[in-house]
Design a protein around this ligand. Sequence first.
Ligand code: F0G
Length: 461
Amino acid sequence: MRDLKRPVEPYRIKVVERIKKTSRSERETELKKAGYNLFNIPAEKIFIDLLTDSGTSAMSDKQWSGIMVGDESYAGARSFFRFEKSVKNIFGFAHVIPTHQGRAAERILFEAMVKKGDSVPNNIHFDTTQANVEVRGAHAVNLVDDAAYDPDSNDPFKGNMDIGKLERFIEQTGRAKIPLVMLTITNNSGGGQPVSLENIKSVSAVCRRSKIPFFFDACRFAENAYFIKKREKSQARKSVPAIAREMFSYADGATMSAKKDALVNIGGFITYNDATLTRRLKNLLIIGEGFPTYGGLAGRDLEAIARGLDEVVDIDYLEHRTSHVAYLGNLLDRAGVPVFKPIGGHAVYILADRFLPHIPRHQYPGWALSVALYREAGVRSVEIGGVMFGKKDPKTGRETYPVLEMVRLAVPRRVYTVSHLEVVADALIALHKKRDSIRGFRIVEEPAHLRHFTARLEEIK
Ligand code: F0G
C-alpha cells in the first residue's frame, strides 16, 4: 500500500506546534458534551484537524518577517501599497479593496450590485456565497455541468459551468435580473474540482454578449490554474502566473478569501475593473470593515497576504500541494474506500452513502462517518451532506437531501506531513473494514439556518 510515490515537501520546518493524542474514552466524553457535533469539540482535543483548509495554513519565514515590517498607519499604510501591487500583479484588475475575509467581500459586492428578485448564476455557490445572495432577497442559481454530480466520472474539469444551461437561464430570466455571473475556482461545494480555461472563456463570451458582469469566487485560484496547466493540453507550457492572468483577463473582477490561496490566517479582498463601483464599495467598506487602505485588517496582515500571493503561484509549491492531497486520496482509493474522483485540489471527499450503505439518508451517513473518524483516531473532518444541505418542508417536516452525501477531508496548506495523512488513511481503512458497526444519527436540536454549525445529535441505538 505504501508503494505510492511520496510527495516531497519543497520546504523545511523551522517552527513546530505541539499536538496531542487523546484516549478513546476522552474522545467519547468530548463527543457526548458536544452533542456529537465536531464543531463543538475544542481544537485541543483533536489530533489531526481536517475540518477546513481555510485560515489554517502555515506561513513562511518571509510572511512572518512581513508581519514585523507591517505598517499600522490608519490611512495610506505602506503595507497597503505592497498588498495592492501584489494583487494587481497576479489578478490584473484595476482596483482592489481589502476585507477581513471572503464573505465580507461577498457581502459588500452583492450589497452594491444585487437587488431583491435578482438571480446570480454560479457553477455551485459556496454556502456563505449563497447566503449572501439570499439575504438580499435574490436567488442563488447553480448551473454546473452535470458531470459534477457524478463521483465516478474522471472528467478533468468537473467544476465547469454548463454553457447551454447558462444561455437558457439568461434568455428565460432576462439580463436585467442578472446583476452578475460568478464562477467558483476551484469548485469547493462540488469536490474541489477545477474549471478549464476553455470554459472560463465561454462563460466570459456569454456574459459579454449579454452585457452581464462576470466575477470569480477566486479562493483557490492557484490550485485551479495549476490544474489547467496539467490537464489542458494547450496550456502545458505556460507558467502558473501567466495562466492565472489569462483566467482573470476574461472577467470583470473577483472576490477572494485570502485564507485559502494567499496562505494566511485571515484576510480577503474584492478586485475589479469598473470604476463606477468604487464609490458604493468603499462606502459599504467604511461602514462595516474599515478605511479602504486596511479594510478590517492590520497592516501586517496585508503584508502577509502580499507575500503569500507571490508564494502560492510557485510551481514547486503547487506540485507538492496537489500531490500531497492526492496522496491521501489515492491511499484511500486503493484500499477500496469510496472517494469522489478525480481527487480535488484542497481536499479528499469520501462518498459516505457508499461507505455506509446500511445507514439511510435520514440517519445522516456522512455525519455518522465523521463522528466515527473522530472516535477512532481523533481526526476532525466535516460532513457535506444531509445535515449541512438537507432542506425541511416547514409544513410536513419532510426532508430532502443533496445529491451527494460526503465527508470532506480538507488539507491545511504546509501543515501536515505524509505521516499525518497515513494516520488518517489507516483510520478510515480500519473503519471501512468494520463499517457495519457504525450507526446513524438523529437531530435533537437545530437552529433555523446553517444548522450543521450548532445542531445537537444523538446516535441511534
Ligand atoms: N467561497 C468559497 C468557495 C469558500 O470555500 C469559502 C470558504 C468562502 C467563499 C468564504 O470565505 O471563509 O474567508 O469568509 N470556505 C471555507 C471552507 C470556510 O471550509 O471551505 P471566508
